[in-house]
Design a protein around this ligand. Structure first.
Ligand SMILES: [Zn+2]
Length: 252
């Protein structure tokens, strides 16, 4: 509980439906795959929404855009099978390219209205020293979508908007954060997370995957060093009401 604000950190272990919004195809699994796999164990239905087309990072310059996309999605499908993610959506904005923030926000609002998540996951756009614009824009747009999705004068897809009836989002969970308020126990799911990371072969050579898994595992151990469990992921779990006009939200 926050001293400054006097309200509880939302409980996410009983999340029913999660929309996990990511800039690139591997960010959810790298940053928070252990938490998501553990929440699947608790009964959550997970949907991934990927903002960019991811074409800049593929390891072989000779692959066409079509081949690259096919390989990227195949990686993602195999990783999803391990974490337990049955639903994937892609927005296709150009990886590390030029695109409009409000288009991204509209598409995210549309998917919130479609999926009706009780919990939204995204990367913390206010992470200190985040230099990658895709990460900042995806996190900002997801956070703003999570407070504006109920305003039906903001139009998305006519059919989606017409069929939508308001539902509450209980929490926005930021990962890759400089200001965590929760260490989530991933000791039971870190093996699955590591297996999922090893699926990302279009963007990492084998040696790089070894290094990635080693680093994320060491980091998960360090994050949990003061806890009663061995491995954790750092989260900033926020009620949406703190995402607008609340100066103390930083210390929540
Ligand atoms: Zn990324």
């Amino acid at each position: 509980m926050s001293d400054a604000i006097g309200i509880e950190i939302p409980e996410i272990v009983n999340a029913q439906r999660i929309l996990a919004i990511q800039p690139h195809y591997d960010d959810n699994d790298i940053s928070v795959g252990g938490t998501l796999a553990a929440l699947v164990d608790g009964g959550a239905e997970i949907h991934y929404l990927t903002m960019s087309d991811d074409l800049m990072g593929v390891i072989d310059a000779s692959w066409s855009a079509e081949e690259s996309s096919a390989r990227l999605r195949d990686d993602q499908r195999r990783a999803a099978g391990i974490i337990g993610v049955p639903f994937q959506y892609w927005l296709g904005y150009p990886d590390a390219g030029s695109y409009d923030y409000f288009d991204v926000r509209r598409d995210m609002i549309k998917h919130i209205r479609l999926v009706r998540p009780d919990v939204v996951f995204t990367m913390d756009p206010w992470m200190a020293y985040e230099a990658h614009t895709d990460h900042v824009l995806a996190g900002r747009a997801a956070a703003e979508a999570a407070i504006l999705y109920g305003l039906m004068r903001i139009k998305t897809d006519a059919e989606v908007d017409e069929n939508y009836r308001f539902h509450p989002i209980q929490a926005v969970v930021f990962h890759g954060t400089s200001y965590p308020n929760t260490v989530f126990d991933i000791s039971s799911s870190i093996e699955r997370k590591n297996q999922a990371l090893r699926c990302y072969k279009a963007q990492f050579h084998e040696a790089s995957l070894d290094g990635l898994v080693r680093r994320t595992t060491e980091y998960a151990g360090r994050i949990a060093r003061d806890e009663t469990f061995e491995f954790g992921e750092a989260l900033k779990i926020m009620p949406p009401s703190l995402l607008h006009g609340v100066g103390q939200a930083l210390t929540f």
